[in-house]
Design a protein around this ligand. Structure first.
Ligand SMILES: Cc1ncc(COP(=O)(O)O)c(C=O)c1O
Length: 374
């Protein structure tokens, strides 16, 4: 059991529960005897576009060249070079990973060496998995449950502890934290882990990135993912930026080949063409700005349902009564929402919804409305 320490913020006793993720498309399609493509998965927050042609060409090339016949290059030199150029960071300060999730495991390893971790909650459930994995001490610090629609916002907590886990924008609330407010707290901790998995997908998000500050603060590490922005959850590709000494230690301890050759080549091709990247993110941001407004407006008409503001492609809804029957009703129609009972500080009256294509958002909103009539 983890010990707790004096703290000015509400804390929750640690209890090991089933830590759940969204995105269980295969499982639900099988239950309903449907093709996975027929499921509207609003439980995982991805872009609704097919992956870009650059990516498909990259994967085809890898097959044609039989590149997977060889062990991947262990240093990941080319990929680090491209990521370094993309962010203006030295390749030595970069470590690519098998999705941000693998790197969250290693961030937990780093945190476990330093003492008490503070997890602003509700939060992405994987931080807890990672800290449990290293038998590390942690507390949950409750975030205020009301916020306005002006982003970025000031980070509202400063809990006592050694390590703080920040998610920007925050999952599951969708709040974008301002870089200036985050910089103010860096000096207070032995380690600040900032998970920017959704930052590039978020309109005006990249301005708030802490990546430039990694050169100034040795106790800051920033996690990134290519999963969300390119809709490639099955490829597994992310990276961390931070102190080369720390990252070298992670590298020494991890699997020898955590990234497969397809993910490596895809990463290189996706990040080396700036023009393509700018056009793609512009398309993604336009989609979010338009659909978020439409869906917000439609769902806000439902009695007794509060739709919370978000800076990004997912948001929380809160009902006066349990949303479990609604979620069940939708599941039977092949529509998945992220139920929130497995998020600390939330309960069955909350659900997280991710934006879909215009057509699927119309179906989603209509069926959510219907679910309240049952
Ligand atoms: C906040 C956050 N960080 C990281 C991840 C994991 O990303 P990846 O697919 O790169 O492992 C997720 C996935 O949902 C997430 O929500």
């Amino acid at each position: 059991m983890n010990k707790s320490e004096p703290n000015d913020y509400p804390m929750l006793a640690m209890q090991v529960t089933n830590l759940k993720h969204g995105g269980n498309v295969y499982e639900n399609a099988k239950k309903l005897n449907l093709l996975p493509s027929k499921i509207i998965d609003a439980s995982a927050s991805l872009v609704p576009f097919d992956p870009p042609k650059i990516l498909i060409d990259s994967l085809k090339r890898e097959i044609k060249n039989l590149g997977f016949k060889y062990y991947p290059e262990r240093n990941l030199r080319d990929l680090k070079e491209i990521i370094g150029r993309f962010h203006g960071v030295n390749p030595e300060n970069i470590l690519p990973g098998n999705g941000a999730s693998e790197l969250i495991t290693w961030a937990g390893y780093e945190a476990s060496k330093l003492g008490l971790s503070c997890i602003p909650s509700p939060s992405f459930v994987d931080y807890e998995r990672s800290l449990n994995c290293w038998n590390s001490n942690f507390i949950h610090c409750e975030l205020p449950k009301n916020w306005n629609n002006i982003f970025p916002q000031s980070f509202p907590l400063l809990p006592n502890g050694d390590v703080i886990w920040i998610t920007n924008p925050h999952n599951p609330t969708g709040q974008l934290w301002g870089k200036n407010s985050l910089e103010k707290i860096i000096k207070k901790y032995k380690l600040v882990i900032c998970d920017e998995a959704f930052l590039s997908i978020t309109p005006n998000g990249d301005k708030e990135s802490l990546i430039p500050l990694t050169q100034k603060y040795d106790n800051l590490i920033v996690l990134r993912s290519l999963t969300k922005i390119f809709n490639i959850p099955g490829l597994r590709l992310g990276y961390v930026i931070g102190s080369s000494k720390k990252l070298q230690q992670w590298r020494n301890n991890r699997d020898p080949w955590p990234l497969n050759s397809f993910a490596i080549k895809a990463g290189i091709d996706l990040l080396s063409n700036t023009k393509f990247y700018e056009n793609w993110t512009r398309k993604v941001h336009n989609w979010i700005n338009i659909e978020r407004e439409r869906v917000f407006e439609k769902l806000s008409r439902i009695d007794n349902l509060k739709v919370h503001h978000s800076s990004t492609n997912f948001f929380l809804i809160e009902s006066k009564t349990s949303l479990s029957p609604n979620i069940k009703y939708l599941e039977n129609k092949g529509i998945l929402l992220r139920e929130c009972t497995t998020f600390r500080c939330l309960n069955e009256k909350w659900a997280r919804i991710s934006l879909q294509s215009k057509k699927n958002n119309n179906v989603l909103c209509k069926e959510i409305q219907n679910s309240f009539k049952k």
